[in-house]
Design a protein around this ligand. Structure first.
Ligand code: BG6
Length: 512
């Protein structure tokens, strides 16, 4: 038998045991925008959690860069407080004491050449004191307007150069552009300084366990894939609902809105993972190729007025408390037309999915926080039962529960016990919490570790980002030129127009 035939393992694949913990080699992380919310709530705690799990090298270094007049000790105190408040794993003094050895703060603004020189010498000092080997990732947790200047400064001060076998990487937070044109411009700026394999664009949904599980569910099993197509699937619903409002993020959110904030990235990535073909392997190139293919096959509805809806929350009640409307939120222009809710219908032009609608919706101040992908199946083509027996039977569905109650639900019909024949929906549940003793790492733990390891599987590529904007741009333009967002009271499931959108297709949204 030839080495490539048969059903055994593919000898061309690498032989690393993927179950073993992957530990980062000598390295450090520089965070720009270190005083921001993301840094405090997610990045600093994730670094600590990685250290606590023994996944960082002993000399790992963390450098903060910001305008504040802080000494190294002040920065360390801020990290300490953030870790105490937000870390997932327990605080251990010995881990903290080791981490603090490699903590430095560089004071300056992004256009300050002296500050970038200080950053360069700080990195050189850490290479000597901590053995970081010149390997540094630069995390740009900064407003999009600041990306170009930071990237240019890294270039100007030689910080992007990979000398003597060391590596330099750029980690870029969303939003990656505001539309296709700005994303292309940004890509051009980034790639003038960093090669594609040095750039890591964050979409933190890809770091979530349940999102990676979409691939496991589809491609490590035999029972789902044969029915995962137009012959069996009626439609797919992807929901990302949040109960929170915009909080203190008026400056970021107004003018961006729900579709740009999360459909362009998180929801279209979920669509890509749900709809793509099986990649040849789980490596970054193979995954990106399939995601790119399916995103390139997405088709917009002909009538954007009929098949898209945008909404804005009005005052209402949430969790027993009064919630103000979006236009009354602090810092919001009272005439703002920004969407806090968006629902769109997409189709995919390929043999697997032709004619199967994918409905995507997201919103702030909705009934509850839930993200899920529901693959809803067609009704049985023929029923031997009386129609009264199946009157209350819905459509079969496989629901991937991304959060908060992580798991998978399969919904199907079952006979109600008794002497009559009545069939009703029941569900079979897999819950992470019950099946596994390990708790799931935070998305940012996984993603920061992957950056340090140079593993780019879970980071969207240039093409994916640009294709996603290509999908969204015409919708944004249409919304811009046509009317205002529909209002919905806070704490409800969005505007009635979104319900009507599905009713016109003879379907309805799930109420998770
Ligand atoms: C971010 C959005 O990307 O995702 C926020 O900018 C949103 O508006 C957040 O609240 C939700 O993330 P998660 O992990 O809580 O679902």
């Amino acid at each position: 038998m030839s080495p490539l035939s048969g059903s055994g393992a593919n000898p061309l694949r690498d032989t690393a045991d993927r179950r073993l913990p992957r530990i980062a080699g000598p390295s450090g992380l520089v965070i720009f925008g270190v005083t921001g919310d993301l840094s405090r709530k997610k990045l600093m705690p994730a670094v600590y959690d990685l250290a606590n799990r023994g996944l960082l090298p002993p000399g790992f270094s963390l450098v903060g860069f910001a305008r504040r007049e802080w000494a190294n000790e002040d920065f360390a105190q801020v990290v300490h407080d953030a870790v105490k408040e937000h870390a997932r794993t327990p605080f251990r003094e010995e881990v903290w004491q080791q981490l603090i050895q490699g903590m430095r703060f560089v004071q300056g603004t992004f256009d300050d050449d002296d500050a970038f020189e200080r950053l360069r010498s700080t990195i050189e000092e850490l290479d000597k004191a901590q053995g970081t080997g010149g390997n540094f990732a630069f995390y740009l947790s900064v407003p999009p307007g600041a990306f170009p200047v930071v990237i240019q400064q890294l270039k100007k001060h030689g910080l992007a150069d990979q000398k003597g076998g060391s590596w330099r990487r750029a980690v870029i937070e969303k939003p990656f552009g505001h539309d296709l044109r700005s994303a292309e411009e940004l890509n051009a700026i980034v790639h003038e300084v960093f090669a594609p394999d040095q750039v890591f664009r964050i979409d933190h949904y890809l770091g979530k366990e349940t999102v990676q599980n979409i691939l496991a569910l589809r491609f490590a099993n035999t029972m789902f894939e044969p029915i995962w197509n137009r012959s069996f699937v009626d439609h797919v619903q992807i929901t990302m609902a949040e109960d929170i409002g915009i909080g203190g993020r008026a400056g970021y959110y107004d003018g961006i809105g729900a579709a740009r904030d999360v459909i362009q990235n998180h929801l279209l990535q979920l669509l890509a993972l749900t709809a793509m073909e099986e990649p040849a392997s789980f490596d970054a190139d193979a995954l990106a190729a399939e995601k790119t293919k399916v995103l390139g096959a997405v088709r917009l509805p002909k009538d954007l007025g009929r098949d898209t809806v945008r909404g804005q929350y009005a005052a209402g009640w949430q969790g027993g408390e009064k919630a103000v409307g979006y236009l009354q939120e602090e810092g919001i222009d009272p005439k703002s037309k920004t969407d806090t809710y968006a629902a769109i219908k997409l189709e995919i032009d390929n043999r697997r999915w032709a004619g199967v609608p994918f409905y995507l919706r997201t919103g702030k101040r909705l009934g509850r926080r839930v993200t899920e992908i529901a693959v809803v199946f067609q009704r049985a083509p023929h029923s031997p039962f009386d129609h009264t027996a199946t009157e209350e039977l819905g459509k079969n569905a496989i629901v991937i529960r991304v959060q908060p109650d992580e798991g998978v639900t399969v919904r199907f019909g079952s006979k109600v016990p008794g002497t009559s024949m009545e069939i009703r929906d029941v569900s079979m549940d897999f819950a992470y919490g019950e099946s596994f003793t390990e708790s799931s790492p935070e998305a940012y733990e996984r993603l920061i570790l992957d950056v340090l390891l140079g593993d780019s599987n879970l980071f969207p590529r240039t093409e994916e980002v640009e294709l996603s904007w290509k999908i969204l741009d015409p919708i944004e333009v249409y919304w811009d030129q046509n009317g205002k967002p529909a209002q919905y009271p806070a704490g409800t499931w969005g505007p009635v127009e979104a319900d009507e959108m599905l009713e016109r297709d003879g379907r309805s949204w799930r109420r998770p």
